[in-house]
Design a protein around this ligand. Structure first.
Ligand code: FEO
Length: 387
């Protein structure tokens, strides 16, 4: 294996999980990396680990650089198992290592996962740890996205080890942002933020404010590519996401049984097009939910449609609404639409769900019996165009 050196004496020793496609229901299209970093100083330090099945690969990479028994500190920025899963195997080899974790929630989480039988050192925001020629300072980022989260800053090297923050599931055999396809990298960063961090905009803003106060040359996240040439750009993107800055884009998201709801969707898109708004048709049968959520993050309009099935909405629409409820997109505008044969409950259900999400309802729900006529479709188009 080739050594990946961020700076002299600082190595990336994590792994690539090429086959991962589902991360607690978040779709991953090309796999994921679990990045861990090794700092060789007077005190040898490992920052984060990897998922448990990759423990041996992590230890093999470390062993190319130092004997794992020489590790003094294991910094656990985050308890979630994609970063802590290898702790038991690492600690078997790193016999003198102390696990450094946030107080109190990191310690609580690690003990709940791996027991009490490890030497722990609790740190709080602003605490510093000397490694010899370098030091590490800990920055608390609670609820970004677990209570225990922290990031670790090395002022001498100007590197921020940011764990989940600024991560992406951009997978390749490249390691740095200037080696990656820029637009694809930024898209993956947005996809990651939308699906993992969207509910935590307030916490993200606080964390960004702290990060902006640091002198950073490199951001080394726990997923994906390391930022060294586009540090300012990714921080700016995070500010945009956290501030809820939106584009004049309408997402018309629907499922359909016999194409009536789809016809209404087409008219809505035509209406938005007439008023100069970018509009996107997203059939839930053919679009990945996680990819839709990526677009939800920055779209102003959220328009959702379902026909009525068994006095209810279609299951795909229910899944979308349930996912949105947890992700809490902010400051959207929208409305509900759909067709029905009898009963006709679906549109009311979608409308209520939009209201509960805090979406500003900008048009009465569109509810069409059986098949929309040409006149009805034109009327919908004109109504939307006049919004
Ligand atoms: Fe990458 Fe919250 O774990």
């Amino acid at each position: 294996m080739n050594k990946i050196e961020l700076k002299p004496g600082i190595y990336s020793v994590g792994v690539v999980d090429w086959n991962l496609r589902n991360f607690h229901s978040y779709s991953i299209h090309h796999g994921a990396t679990y990045n861990a970093y090794l700092i060789v100083d007077e005190k040898i330090t490992l920052i984060d680990t990897v998922m448990a099945p990759f423990s041996k690969e992590l230890l093999d990479r470390i062993s190319e650089i130092v004997d794992p028994s020489e590790i003094d500190y294991l910094i656990s920025n985050h308890v979630e198992m994609d970063h802590s899963g290898a702790i038991p195997e690492v600690m078997k080899a790193a016999t003198k290592a102390v696990i450094v974790t946030s107080s109190p929630n990191g310690l609580k989480g690690l003990k709940a996962h791996y027991g009490d039988d490890y030497p722990f050192m609790e740190v709080k925001a602003g605490d510093s740890l000397s490694l010899g020629t370098r030091s590490l300072t800990f920055v608390a980022t609670p609820m970004l996205h677990w209570p225990d989260n922290m990031v670790t800053y090395c002022p001498e090297e100007k590197i921020l080890f940011s764990n989940d923050a600024f991560g992406q599931h951009y997978i390749s055999n490249k390691h740095f942002d200037d080696e990656a396809d820029y637009s694809q990298l930024m898209k993956e960063a947005q996809n990651y933020y939308a699906n993992i961090l969207m509910p935590f905009g307030t916490q993200a803003k606080k964390a960004i404010a702290v990060v902006e106060g640091l002198d950073i040359e490199m951001i080394a996240p726990s997923h994906g590519i390391i930022w060294r040439s586009f540090v300012k750009e990714i921080i700016k993107e995070y500010k945009r996401f956290a501030d809820g800055i939106m584009e004049d884009t309408a997402l018309v998201i629907y499922d359909t049984m016999w194409h009536s709801t789809e016809r209404i969707a087409h008219s809505i898109v035509e209406g938005f097009s007439k008023r100069g708004t970018n509009a996107v048709m997203l059939d839930l049968k053919v679009n990945d939910l996680s990819d839709i959520i990526t677009q939800v993050l920055t779209a102003r309009y959220l328009v959702i449609g379902s026909p009525t099935l068994n006095n209810n909405i279609l299951p795909n629409v229910a899944a979308l609404l349930s996912y949105l409820k947890g992700l809490q997109p902010r400051s959207k505008q929208g409305f509900a639409f759909g067709s029905y044969g009898w009963g006709g409950q679906s549109v009311g259900i979608v409308n209520q769900a939009l209201e509960e999400l805090g979406v500003e309802i900008i048009m009465d729900p569109i509810k069409i019996n059986y098949i929309p006529s040409k006149e009805q479709l034109l009327e919908i188009e004109n109504k939307v165009a006049a919004l």
